[in-house]
Design a protein around this ligand. Structure first.
Ligand SMILES: [Zn+2]
Length: 164
């Protein structure tokens, strides 16, 4: 999987793009960033040692699929008050979507993503970036810089219009 930093950066790009159409999304950007690392929460099982990680593998593995991660997003959404749920669900889902899409383009050292679990265990992917390589990180970094600069430019223009 792409590393955590790459996922967070891609989530950030998603926030910038979403906020073009839905400015309120910027206020809740943390949700997209959380969504962007959500499918990999199984990685934290490593903290319980190697046996812990192995035993929990099948618990967390389904979270790294479309159905599994959407179920998790649904459960997390229920924590929030009714009026916020729609926004929370959409923003978490946007983050998850960037994660799964990103992992799809990784050449995995240990197999790919079971994207369509539970329909199939088959792990799918399009080998574009090396898992341990820096290529994806650099692409994500450039995308963040471009989208942030674009937003700053728009904000400057709006400010100038206000002053006139
Ligand atoms: Zn992942």
């Amino acid at each position: 999987m792409a590393d955590g930093l790459t996922h967070v950066l891609l989530g950030w790009v998603a926030v910038e793009l979403i906020s073009i159409k839905y400015p309120w999304a910027m206020k809740y950007r943390a949700l997209v960033l959380v969504g962007a690392i959500l499918p990999d929460i199984g990685n934290f099982a490593v903290l319980m040692g190697e046996t812990g990680a192995n035993e929990l593998y099948y618990l967390f593995m389904p979270l790294h699929s479309i159905v599994g991660s959407l179920l998790l997003v649904g459960v997390l959404t229920m924590i929030f008050k009714g009026e916020y749920r729609k926004k929370v669900f959409l923003l978490l889902t946007a983050g998850v979507a960037t994660h799964l899409a990103a992992d799809y383009f990784i050449i995995f050292l240990d197999g790919k993503v079971p994207l369509f679990f539970p329909f199939t265990f088959e792990k799918v992917g399009y080998d574009l970036f090396l898992q341990a390589g820096r290529g994806f990180l650099i692409v994500a970094l450039v995308a963040v810089v471009v989208t942030v600069l674009r937003r700053k430019q728009v904000e400057r223009k709006l400010k100038n219009l206000d002053e006139k």
